[in-house]
Design a protein around this ligand. Sequence first.
Ligand SMILES: NC(=O)c1ccc[n+]([C@@H]2O[C@H](COP(=O)([O-])OP(=O)(O)OC[C@H]3O[C@@H](n4cnc5c(N)ncnc54)[C@H](OP(=O)(O)O)[C@@H]3O)[C@@H](O)[C@H]2O)c1
Length: 253
Amino acid sequence: MANPMDLSGKHILVTGASSGIGKAIAITISRLGANVILLARNEERLKETFEALEPGNHSYFVFDLKNLDGIENLIETICNSGRKLSGLVHSAGISVTTPLQYLKLVDLQNIMAVNFYSFIELVKHFSKRKNNNEGGSIVAISSISSKAGARGLTAYAASKGALESAVRSMALDLAPRNIRINAVSPGIIATPIYDGLRTIVNNNDFENDIKKRQVLGVGSPEDVAYSAAYLLSDASKFITGTSMVVDGGYLAH
Ligand SMILES: NC(=O)c1ccc[n+]([C@@H]2O[C@H](COP(=O)([O-])OP(=O)(O)OC[C@H]3O[C@@H](n4cnc5c(N)ncnc54)[C@H](OP(=O)(O)O)[C@@H]3O)[C@@H](O)[C@H]2O)c1
């Protein structure tokens, strides 16, 4: 029986591939046969991900997603060599914890640019006929912050809420083109973002508080990568416009 999770021959762009969840997604989908195009700003760390991929027709691009006007050209450059994209994962993201009174417009704009505006530009250009391989699947890495409030996370939560709302409308726009689009909403996952949070909070309290809420404990980047791989594959061919929660029970309360 053919494996419905098989991604052989598909060209899939993964943003945020130099670290954490994006890196795990890139490695996981390369094991399922995908040709992966890695994107982030840090070339050294991109190379580390590149080296960890299963053999394939992979490449990497050093690019700052705050350069929204450059995204059209970026996608055209990726597709210039004759390859057409079948998949897109937007895992690049930044998070700041700022008390509301100290939240500046520039911080809000910054987080919206990387987490949300760049995604809209990527989807627009991914879905152009000249760049797209007759359909495909798009996955946005969102967060449970889009569904549950947390102190100091106004900007981050708003960016993820925007992402998930946009996914629902874009699913309707893109269905006639045979393109599916979904979000994955992780809970707390052990990546550099999490390590950064842990250093600014008392270690023991932080871990204990998480276990009370997230009953399966802290997740791994692979837990999220398997969900993204499923949504990229034909195994999920009837799923679009939704958000898959991968949160170790956080939202079950
Ligand atoms: N870890 C968690 O607990 C958790 C929970 C829920 C949701 N998420 C979401 O999961 C996604 C990945 O997070 P993570 O935990 O894996 O974080 P991470 O390890 O810090 O990775 C973030 C990635 O985004 C890239 N990035 C940041 N700013 C960029 C920019 N301006 N242009 C291009 N790339 C940029 C980084 O690469 P460079 O620095 O090389 O550019 C890096 O590859 C994020 O969207 C995050 O919001 C994480």
